[in-house]
Design a binder for this molecule. Structure first.
Ligand code: NOJ
Ligand code: NOJ
Length: 581
């Protein structure tokens, strides 16, 4: 009897943790002011939970142990302030000016703080986090993280463009620009360098980092031109062209998803890619796949593969239909706190889908390609490739299904939000209760931006419209123009042991190497087995990525990450000797 009483008390208290069985609409209404207050509470000097942070410093979370997040991360702070700057510059909240100026002044100070990554001129801008009194954090950490300067530049450029348009041009040129320029120069000079990813774990190249660097340099070039700094504008444009080529190489055509990191030994399915889509969304760019816009066929295919990777690994997702929303985490192999769903990643999926709906509705049509077919067939198994105008029943069927799907992710977050509305970093994959850092600033900001997208609110474009690549003809490093039109023979030799009937091919990021399509890969000869060999004529002075693959009975096996990289000589020929990995 006593045991029974105790058990029912426990059950009652567990169920009261999940007070919010609300619909997406109801949750957005009640949670939006809580999320906004949650963000502001974590900003110094007067935020109620900011615990002595200097003015303009964003703490990641007030949690001081398990984990200790009472630091300021450039990534978190910049993403949070981008959301606040969007609210200020679009007139949603005109009271934020003082907080934004504080943020600018704090970041200007942090740029100059010497730290374990270097000084302002020797790499220190890539330092991921600082103490909240604006001194360097000197403990061991995954550094550098090269997304930070780009994200900060994007936030500050949004502010600068607004002030410029209201006539405050001197302040923009004399005060904001020197700070923005440091971050953009860092991105332009270091885009090709190894970086820790946004989860601070893998040192390689990271899709999110490449994409946000690309974005910052595009909008940075436009601002530089406006301010008459033409040499910076051309430096940024040329680096951006290289970045856009490099960005294409993360696409995995066989898997239908974007490989998040070139290293790390994981599947590559990662919220990194969904966060990229929402943080590089440009409502003017339609559904362009070259910048992986939220409604692009590649980003939608990727979203499905990413979401599906969590269906069977989290207990709280069991029993949910295979085409309905589930809780998602950073990546399926995650072991941080045993690997759990995160609020900000589950909300990012919803936001990408809301962004897609904004564009389809604005354009009055929706395109289904062979790449996005599997995504759409989740909702209507009979749908075929084609363009569907908003007057068609297919458009109505698909957009309403996508809206329901998107709202489902918000409802999952609602279900695992306690009645207080507080958002931590993670929620337990089995019990759903909150885990890791409490009151994570980024979780609150993720809720705000998802709700805005749900309402159809859009913010300033960054210049993604109409971008194209010319990677195979000009090389990823040249940015086009200076025409070295010659080609050079490159002899590729790969040492690989195989079984009878198995063959080695080469595939890579440029068209002579099949643009990463295994069906267009070039076969090597086994005449000198186990040294496989082929000579291929390639454009001179061109940088590209490649890998060898095995084909056996129709199955393709890729070499492990990272991609191999190669730059052809300007003339002559070259022998490249590799060994299967
Ligand atoms: C702390 C980092 O912030 C987090 O992203 C990472 O997963 C853990 N350390 C474990 O490396
Ligand atoms: C760990 C996350 O992986 C990282 O992205 C974030 O910057 C820090 N926590 C702080 O929130």
């Amino acid at each position: 009897m006593r045991a029974f009483v105790v058990l029912s008390v426990v059950l009652a208290s567990v169920s009261s943790v999940f007070a919010q069985t609300a619909s997406a609409a109801a949750y957005a209404t009640t949670e939006a002011p809580i999320a906004k207050a949650g963000v502001l509470a974590n900003i110094g000097p007067s935020g109620s939970k900011s615990q002595g942070a200097k003015a303009g410093i964003v703490i990641a979370s007030p949690s001081t142990s398990n984990p200790d997040y009472l630091y300021t991360w450039t990534r978190d702070s910049s993403l949070v302030f981008k959301a606040l700057i969007d609210q200020y510059t679009s007139g949603i909240d005109t009271t934020l000016r003082g907080a934004i100026d504080n943020f600018f002044n704090a970041e200007k100070i942090l740029q100059q703080v010497s730290n374990p990554s270097g000084t302002v001129s020797t790499g220190g801008l890539g330092e991921p986090k600082f103490n909240i009194d604006e001194t360097a954090f000197t403990g061991a950490w995954g550094r550098p993280q090269r997304d930070g300067p780009a994200l900060r530049a994007t936030a500050l450029i949004t502010y600068a463009n607004y002030l410029y348009s209201t006539g405050n041009t001197t302040f923009v040129s004399n005060t904001l620009w020197p700070v923005i320029k440091l971050d953009l120069d860092y991105a332009a000079n270091n885009w090709n360098q190894t970086t820790f990813d946004l989860w601070e774990e893998v040192s390689s190249s990271s899709f999110f980092t490449t994409a946000v660097q690309h974005r910052s340099l595009r909008e940075g070039a436009t601002l530089a031109t406006k301010l008459g700094v033409t040499s910076s504008a051309s430096t940024y444009t040329s680096a951006a062209s290289s970045l856009l080529c490099f960005l294409q190489s993360y696409w995995n055509p066989a898997g239908g998803y974007i490989t998040a990191n070139t290293g790390g030994g994981r599947s590559g399915k990662d919220a990194n890619t969904v966060l990229t889509s929402i943080h590089t969304f440009d409502p003017a760019a339609g559904c362009d796949a070259v910048t992986f816009q939220p409604c692009s066929d590649k980003a939608l295919s990727n979203l499905k593969v990413y979401v599906d990777s969590f269906r069977s690994i989290y207990g709280i997702n069991s029993g949910i239909a295979s085409n309905a929303a589930v809780a998602t985490g950073r990546y399926p192999e995650d072991t941080y706190y045993n690997g759990n769903p995160w609020y900000l990643t589950t909300l990012a999926v919803a936001e990408q889908l809301y962004d897609a709906l904004i564009v389809w509705n604005a354009r009055g049509s929706l395109n289904v390609t062979s790449t996005s077919l599997a995504f759409f067939q989740q909702f209507s198994s009979s749908v075929t490739t084609g363009t569907y105008p908003s007057t068609s029943t297919t458009f109505t069927t698909l957009t309403s299904a996508v809206k329901t799907f998107a709202d489902g992710f918000v409802a999952v977050v609602a279900k695992y939000t306690p009645s207080s509305g507080a958002l931590s970093e993670q929620f337990d994959k089995s019990s759903g209760s909150q885990l890791s850092a409490a009151d994570l600033t980024w979780s609150y900001a993720a809720a705000l931006t998802a709700f805005e997208a749900r309402n159809g609110t859009t913010f300033a474009s960054w210049g993604a419209a109409g971008l194209t690549t010319s990677c195979s003809s000009s090389g990823s490093g040249s940015g086009g123009g200076s025409g070295s039109s010659g080609s050079v023979p490159v002899n590729f030799q790969e040492t690989a042991t195989t079984v009878y009937g198995e063959n080695i091919f080469i595939v890579g990021s440029i068209s002579p190497l099949g643009n990463w399509d295994p069906n267009s890969a070039i076969a090597l000869s086994a005449a000198n087995y186990p040294n496989w060999q082929v000579s291929i004529s390639l454009p001179a002075s061109t940088t590209f990525q490649y890998k060898y693959i095995r084909k056996y009975n129709g199955a393709v096996t890729w070499e492990s990450d990272p991609n191999r990289s190669f730059t052809t000589p300007s003339s002559g020929s070259y022998n490249e000797n590799d060994t299967w990995r």
